[in-house]
Design a protein around this ligand. Structure first.
Ligand code: 16G
Ligand code: ZN
Length: 549
């Protein structure tokens, strides 16, 4: 009864905007901020129920990532720090669209019963709330807090302005019983980074001649400000952060990883003065990272070093460490360590070839972090990346335990052996790189230390393989759900005949590859085409776009 009146009372303060229908989508709800308060309030309720059900701490992050600054969004972090279980997404949709407080209450009652969510004599719900720098964030965070506290006994903690991966990291740490403040996050990143720096082979410490400075575009968002903090704590990297939320500039406006990767141009504030310098770009909530370099001639396209190439760099480094481990004969079992690579159909074909030529197992999943992450978790070490720069490296618990035992055994026996160093490096990577979700801050640190380890410039790195020319287009259609795909989005199964038509078109091009899929975040169908020349990729994409239309 107390619960019922609490919910009815608070939900009457967050009535649904007329005619609005929202959907949880690939990565949570995302809309114009002005219509979001009832949605965010209801996500607060959902998070509290999820916390009761799992008897764990749950996170709510308020952000719209790379979308324009007047938008906002909300997503849930599950107990392990990953995305909300897909099994609860339909309930999220229903809850967010319930027309009246009474219907909302009824939905909650039914769901609580169906999922057997415990209320009595259990640990009360506990939710961590975070937001990015958007102006609408503060009021929306308050709406989330009211949603959470409309469940009797539930506690909401405001963690303040954070990157998305920081909040996910905190949720994971809390549920593992590890200290989980922002300071602990910085502490873990800086100490594991230092450890990797100390383990760089001395003969390789010289960078191959080129300017060692890194310049980072922070998308005018939260990531730039946090990276400045990290930089000050580390005090060893030659790094300049531009376009932070503390600077002028509008969030995601001509800046950020999404813009740089899709448009293949330098972000605002970067130009010919940076020619040859190693540059990186974060997105608005710092869960994506790409690198690039600016050519000397203005107007020329940048050299983009995208998520596929970050993945390739990580794969080369990890593979090298695994082989060092294997060289020691007394180390049995290590050969069993399974290294798996996960990409989507958007991965440049040249990257997939490159990885396969290294004898690595490459898996494809549909677009969206939840799919890639789930697949990568099947391996001892799973590396996943989307071309757009979202990705991370997952280590299985058992492999980490094994590494810990091995590095201890080795330190008592053979002090400072190559195998021991490799084990220590892998352990440090598992602490540096975010185990919950792709994280541009830990990504930058890992890229930087690996480049130093290899003695590579950005150009050397970029030459691991040469990207095939590609083109992406979007097509507005009456109903994008009429396009249904299979095999990790590489094949259209409906409408009938479309795939055959795409095949016929693609066959006309040397090294042609093309697929179409309905977007999970916009009301469009996306077309991706690849071929041996840019012109061919463009014509293939245009040709297939006409087939979809
Ligand atoms: C979301 C996804 C991202 C994906 C993108 C595709 C998460 C956290 N983010 O931003 O992984 O690449 O959607 O968008 O899952 P699209 O469906 O509009 O192409
Ligand atoms: Zn993002």
């Amino acid at each position: 009864e107390e619960q019922k009146s609490l919910l009815l009372e608070s939900s009457s303060r967050f009535l649904l905007s007329q005619g609005v229908k929202v959907s949880y989508g690939t990565a949570g709800f995302r809309e114009d901020a002005s219509i979001l308060s009832s949605t965010v309030y209801r996500v607060g309720i959902l998070a509290a129920l999820r916390s009761l059900k799992t008897q764990s701490v749950i996170g709510v992050m308020i952000t719209a990532s790379h979308n324009k600054f007047s938008d906002n969004g909300v997503k849930i972090a599950d107990p392990n720090g990953g995305m909300l279980s897909q099994h609860w997404e339909p309930f999220a949709d229903k809850l967010a669209n319930a027309p009246s407080p009474q219907q909302l209450l009824q939905l909650i009652n039914e769901f609580v019963e169906k999922e057997r969510i415990p209320f009595d004599g259990v640990r009360p719900a506990e939710i961590l709330l975070g937001r990015d720098t958007r102006p609408s964030g503060e009021a929306l965070l308050e709406a989330a807090r009211q949603g959470v506290t409309s469940i009797v006994g539930a506690v909401a903690s405001d963690m303040g302005i954070l990157t998305t991966p920081q909040l996910h990291w905190m949720v994971r740490a809390r549920n593992k019983g590890i200290k989980a403040s922002e300071q602990d996050y910085f502490e873990q990143l800086t100490s594991s980074f230092r450890c990797l720096m100390d383990l760089i082979p001395t003969e390789r410490k010289v960078f191959d001649g080129v300017n060692d400075k890194l310049v980072v575009d922070g998308a005018n968002g939260v990531g730039g400000a946090k990276l400045r903090i990290l930089h000050n704590l580390l005090n060893v990297l030659d790094m300049e952060v531009r376009n932070s939320s503390e600077d002028e500039g509008v969030l995601n406006d001509g800046v950020g990883a999404d813009y740089v990767q899709k448009e293949k141009v330098a972000p605002r504030g970067f130009g010919s003065k940076d020619a040859g310098t190693r540059c990186a770009s974060l997105d608005g909530d710092a869960d994506r990272l790409v690198y690039f370099s600016v050519p000397p001639e203005s107007n020329a396209q940048i050299d983009l070093v995208d998520g596929d190439k970050i993945l390739s760099l990580f794969a080369v480094f990890i593979r090298e460490q695994l082989s060092l481990l294997n060289e020691k004969e007394d180390i049995k079992n290590c050969g069993k360590a399974r290294l798996g690579i996960v990409q989507t159909a958007y991965a440049n074909g040249a990257s997939t070839n490159y990885l396969k030529n290294l004898d690595l197992e490459v898996n494809l999943t549909p677009t969206g972090v939840k799919y890639l992450h789930e697949k990568a978790a099947e391996f001892d070490i799973g590396i996943y990346f989307e071309a757009n720069g979202h990705g991370t490296i997952l280590f299985s618990e058992s492999f980490i335990e094994w590494l810990e035992v091995r590095s201890n055994m080795l330190s008592s026996g053979s002090k400072g052996s190559e195998a021991e160093k490799a084990a220590l490096r892998l352990l440090a990577v598992s602490k540096l790189i975010n185990q919950a979700v792709g994280d541009a801050l830990s990504g930058v640190l890992l890229v930087e230390v690996i480049l130093k380890h290899m003695g590579w410039s950005i150009h050397r790195w970029n030459e691991l393989y040469i990207d095939l020319p590609s083109r992406q287009l979007k097509v507005k259609v009456a109903d994008r759900t009429s396009v249904v795909t299979a095999n990790a989005e590489t094949v259209v199964v409906s409408p009938p005949g479309l795939q055959e038509a795409i095949n016929a078109e693609t066959a006309k091009y040397n090294q042609g590859r093309c697929f179409v899929r309905p977007s999970g975040t916009e009301d469009v169908v996306r077309v991706y085409a690849e071929a041996s020349t840019q012109e061919a990729a463009d014509t293939l994409a245009n040709g297939v776009a006409k087939l979809v239309d």
